[in-house]
Design a binder for this molecule. Structure first.
Ligand SMILES: Cc1ncc(COP(=O)(O)O)c(C=O)c1O
Length: 457
């Protein structure tokens, strides 16, 4: 990279540290600058327009730079630019947003606890699980189980939940007491001849055995994303959650559903919990809550958990937890406006309709020699890239095929995600059918380019 002195690129290299980035490589290649965005398109520093089929990081669900959301933020900033929720203080947008969330959440949810990011929401859920078990006189119930490949955040505790060894390496993580069970990835881990249902039974039995081996009296909670997002949009195998929930109930293990990606229509229902008939004790959400226009997240808590928290906080004199910006009135006002937009557009029907079009778009590649599987739930999808379709064999890691497809897509003005042996898609709810057609054309070119380089490898 020969960034001109004082160019934005040179100043980026000089001053910024980037997450999930090879820091040495960044010095050489510099940043991909995004200058502006509108609708589902972003424009880079050289004026190239890219169709964002990932809504940023699964979050810009209404596209970029909405004037209506800007107005909502501006008006709230003029009225009350900051407020917190400590020691009984409150503000109208936070109250209204909590009320709205409980109106659309499963009926077992009774309180909303605002935070600022998905990681914070899951972090607080972990604290609440521990606080709850102390409240009900089961302090030894502390261990938390999540799944290999799952992503629940980057903070010390939530990255311990996250089942990605590369995010633990050399950080001295995960913390003790965070356990990982199977990923629920039928395409890669189902055995030859094993049905999805049998695979789900095997995984539920493994979970049951893990809890038994650890001692059920020490296991507090299980976290899961309804669809594994950052693992590549992997949908659960048939009957999986039904069987897993039976195991959790048997051992009195709380179920926390991480709806950070799946909440607000993404799965073709308002919640992934509805799509897969989940009965969470707590739910976390973020991202599409505010369509990513401002940071805000929430933990939703069921009544039976909440009541125990109330009793304990009275005993202790306070529920001694808080974040300065949790319940920020400007973020809440924007999120409230987003919820109004979802209602007006009927976001669930939009996700279902566009999801069907996305599937048709991807299905054109069903016979492509590199495509092993297409997996869609609602308006999110993953595509398995394989060297051998018969054997479902992935490409050798060192060929980095999914990453090359992502880069080739970017060269063709399309943003997708790559992870493991998959590429993934999560277009915004404001994507037009023509834009999904464009997604297909650009993806086709990317697949063909990479296949010409590695075909038969
Ligand atoms: C399912 C899930 N949970 C939690 C998080 C963490 O959210 P944040 O990056 O806002 O901390 C993410 C982020 O991608 C996520 O996908």
């Amino acid at each position: 990279m020969n960034a001109k002195p004082n160019s934005l690129a040179a100043r980026d290299i000089e001053y910024l540290m980037h997450p999930h980035t090879n820091l040495q490589l960044h010095r050489e290649v510099g940043p991909n600058l995004v200058d502006h965005g509108g609708g589902v398109w972003i424009t880079d520093g050289d004026g190239n327009e890219l169709l964002d089929a990932m809504s940023g990081l699964w979050c810009a669900s209404l596209g970029y730079s909405s004037e209506r959301l800007a107005r909502a933020a501006f008006e709230q900033m003029q009225k009350l630019s900051y407020g917190h929720l400590y020691r009984h203080q409150s503000n109208e947008p936070a109250i209204e947003l909590a009320e709205k969330l409980l109106e659309i959440a499963p009926s077992s949810m009774s309180k909303v606890h605002f935070q600022n990011s998905g990681s914070e929401a899951n972090d607080v859920a972990i604290k609440l699980i521990w606080y709850y078990h102390n409240a009900i006189g089961k302090p030894e119930k502390r261990k938390i189980i999540s799944r290999i490949g799952a992503y629940h955040g980057s903070s010390v505790a939530t990255v311990s939940l996250t089942g990605k060894p590369d995010m633990h390496a050399r950080f001295n993580l995960p913390l003790d007491g965070f356990l990982h069970t199977d990923c629920a990835y039928y395409f890669r881990e189902g055995e030859p001849g094993e049905s999805e249902e049998d695979y789900a039974t095997r995984l539920a039995e493994n979970l049951d055995r893990l809890i038994e081996d650890e001692g059920p009296e020490t296991v507090a909670a299980f976290f899961a994303e309804p669809v594994l997002g950052s693992a590549g949009a992997i949908s659960p195998p048939a009957t999986y959650f039904e069987k897993v929930q039976a195991v959790l109930k048997k051992h009195e293990v709380l179920f926390v559903v991480d709806e950070v990606i799946t909440g607000f229509g993404r799965t073709g229902d308002m919640w992934g919990s509805e799509t897969f008939a989940l009965q969470p004790d707590m739910m976390t959400c973020a991202k599409a809550l505010s369509a990513a226009a401002l940071p805000i997240s929430a933990v939703m808590i069921s009544d039976h958990v909440y009541e125990a928290l109330v009793t304990q906080s009275e005993e202790l004199g306070s529920y001694a937890h808080g974040h300065t910006y949790a319940g920020h009135p400007v973020s809440a006002a924007v999120a409230l406006e987003v919820q109004k937009i979802y209602e007006e557009m009927d976001v669930v029907s939009v996700a279902r309709r566009l999801g069907t079009v996305l599937e048709q778009t991807l299905e054109q590649f069903a016979d492509h020699p590199m495509v092993g599987d297409i997996d869609r739930t609602g308006l999110m999808a993953g595509m398995e890239l394989v060297a051998d379709r018969e054997k479902r064999a992935p490409f050798a890691d060192e060929l980095k095929v999914p990453m090359r497809v992502r880069e080739a897509a970017e060269d063709n003005g399309l943003i997708i995600k790559s992870i493991g042996s998959r590429i993934a898609f999560a277009p915004a709810f404001v994507t037009s059918e023509d834009e999904l057609g464009e997604l297909g054309r650009r993806l086709g070119k990317a697949l063909d380019t990479v296949y010409a380089e590695v075909g038969g490898a």
